[in-house]
Design a protein around this ligand. Structure first.
Ligand SMILES: Cc1ncc(COP(=O)(O)O)c(C=O)c1O
Length: 390
């Protein structure tokens, strides 16, 4: 028995995505920059199609998509690339306390370069208050970065309002939309974003490929300082031979993601998630939800289970049920999740926190099995509980 409930960490590649990719490793292996021969032309055509699918999923124009090696690179290119090129106008950046390290770390780098960064605090609901973002804006603010949905507690952020705010003040708005993409509708126009980070492997595409959306109709035109210089691919924003199979896979994953949203997959996941929460609450006492119930990603459940240390719990499941204690990322530095700290959870809630991420191939039988297994594991974890250990 193996049950995968860790879809915020990564997702399996959809078989249709894999079969779309395979020819681009072997027969159609050309370099898309080699325009003089058919090998290169076929690869360039495949990249163009992939670009169009990714753009369509977020309501962008294909020429607004810059392919990267993943969202970590996209976040770095957006934050360092925009802030450095906007530095003559101002050196203040606004972000939030619950961003992914791929946003927080480049912000730290900017601080070392003399920028000031305001990290907007977030309340127990895990939802950024646009009024706090507004209050953080200064005359020298050049960039705001707020994620679309949190990768731990799944809370969906009011990006539309924050985007409108930034637009009104002519501040560049970057949004890390990795966890929202393919799960809920994402629309660069409605959200007023100027820059948006995307990743394929969180939406049934391959690892190692992502994109940065860069708005083209912004005035003055947004120019990013490239982080990788070389052959000038991606209009100079990101040099390096394009990952053609990856881009083809990303495109196919985007096409399937749009179909999944249209065909009711979010509703199916929400029902499964609710079944999981109800099952846990029925069979285990002391189950507390972390962050607001809504707005939240349909496949996300994040709870703390009283007197059951998450690490012990996960270990006693024997590795066959994939869950996350949500405290593994480097940003946490052994102090427990920075996101859970930011929303004000006490030690006990942080160290007993479990993240469930449901996905395309999960079903009700799996959810019921997990509830049963966890109810047993909680008994073991509680027998070993030492409040001092937290
Ligand atoms: C919100 C968020 N941003 C960025 C990333 C990094 O994405 P990638 O693995 O494509 O570099 C992740 C993945 O962990 C994420 O959840």
């Amino acid at each position: 028995m193996r049950i995968y409930l860790d879809h915020h960490a990564t997702t399996p590649v959809d078989p249709q995505v894999l079969s779309a990719m395979l020819p681009y490793f072997t027969e159609q292996f050309g370099n898309p920059s080699s325009r003089q021969h058919v090998f290169g032309q076929e690869a360039a055509q495949a990249v163009a199609e992939g670009r169009a699918h990714v753009a369509a999923l977020v309501g962008a124009q294909p020429e607004e998509i810059v392919f990267t090696s993943g969202a970590t690179e996209s976040d770095n290119l957006a934050i360092r690339g925009a802030a450095r090129s906007l530095a003559p106008r101002g050196r203040h950046v606004v972000t939030t306390a619950i961003e992914h390290p791929a946003v927080l770390e480049p912000c730290r780098t900017l601080e070392r370069e003399g920028f000031e960064v305001t990290r907007v605090e977030v309340g127990p609901d895990g939802v950024v208050d646009p009024a706090r973002v507004a209050a953080a804006l200064r005359v020298d603010t050049v960039l705001v970065s707020v994620m679309a949905a949190n990768n731990e507690i799944g809370t969906i952020q009011p990006v539309e309002e924050i985007g409108a705010l930034c637009r009104g003040r002519s501040v560049v708005f970057h949004c890390d939309a990795v966890q929202a993409l393919g799960r809920v509708p994402v629309d660069v126009a409605a959200w007023n974003v100027d820059l948006m980070s995307l990743s394929a492997h969180k939406m049934y595409g391959p690892k190692g490929v992502g994109a940065l959306y860069v708005r083209r109709d912004r005035k003055p035109r947004l120019r990013l300082q490239p982080q990788a210089e070389g052959g000038g691919q991606e209009k100079g924003a990101r040099s390096g031979t394009l990952n053609v199979p990856g881009i083809v896979g990303f495109g196919e994953a985007a096409r399937l993601g749009a179909q999944a949203i249209a065909s009711g997959e979010p509703q199916r996941l929400r029902a499964l998630r609710d079944r999981l929460f109800e099952g846990l609450r029925k069979h285990i006492d002391g189950v507390e939800l972390n962050g607001a119930a809504e707005p939240r990603l349909p496949g996300n459940l994040h709870v703390s289970i009283e007197r059951a240390e998450a690490e012990t719990l996960i270990l006693s499941l024997g590795g066959s049920i994939a869950l996350s204690s949500g405290a593994a990322c480097a940003e946490s530095e052994g102090k427990g999740s920075h996101v859970l700290r930011a929303i004000g959870l006490p030690d006990e809630r942080v160290y007993t926190a479990l993240r469930f991420g449901l996905g395309r191939y999960n079903d009700a039988a799996e959810v019921d099995t997990v509830v049963e297994a966890l109810a047993e594991a909680v008994k073991t974890a509680r027998s070993r509980w030492q409040p001092a250990s937290s």
